[in-house]
Design a protein around this ligand. Structure first.
Ligand code: NI
Length: 139
């Protein structure tokens, strides 16, 4: 059953929220509020339940001429074969590679892996997006 509640906003916050909805393309305030609640709960869960399972999407760009970097990245992925499910590699141009790694494991392990990769010299635009799994799916 759907739980309904009423939210009161002062005019300035309501106007800001309306502008936000228009900019993001929401037709429906309820959908926007649901998304904001999910986002807050996700962030809270990742912070407070680091042992919980998650899926991670790690993406980054690098220059493949960078000394040893490709080899090191492959080694890091093999060392964490339990976390690294698959990697997509795109040869963006003559020099540059873009990779996206799909990870699965405990939220804290996925974060540690992502930070290890993103902090490597030569890795640019590193970004990790973690999506907590429902409890029934475990790590
Ligand atoms: Ni490449």
């Amino acid at each position: 059953m759907t739980d309904r509640f009423t939210v009161s906003l002062e005019p300035a916050l309501a106007a800001e929220f309306s502008a936000f909805l228009a900019r993001k393309g929401y037709d429906n305030r309820s959908e926007a509020v649901r998304d904001l609640i999910r986002e807050a709960l996700t962030r809270d869960r990742l912070e407070h339940a680091p042992e919980g399972g998650c899926v991670g999407v790690l993406s980054y760009l690098y220059d493949h001429h960078e000394r040893e970097l490709s080899k090191r990245l492959t080694e890091v992925q093999h060392d964490h074969h339990d976390l690294s499910v698959t990697t997509l590699h795109m040869h963006l141009d003559r020099d540059t590679c873009v990779e996206t790694a799909l990870l699965r494991g405990r939220a804290q392990d996925v974060l540690a892996f992502g930070e290890t990769v993103m902090s490597r010299p030569g890795i640019q635009h590193g970004r990790l997006h973690r999506i907590p799994l429902p409890d029934r799916q475990g790590g």
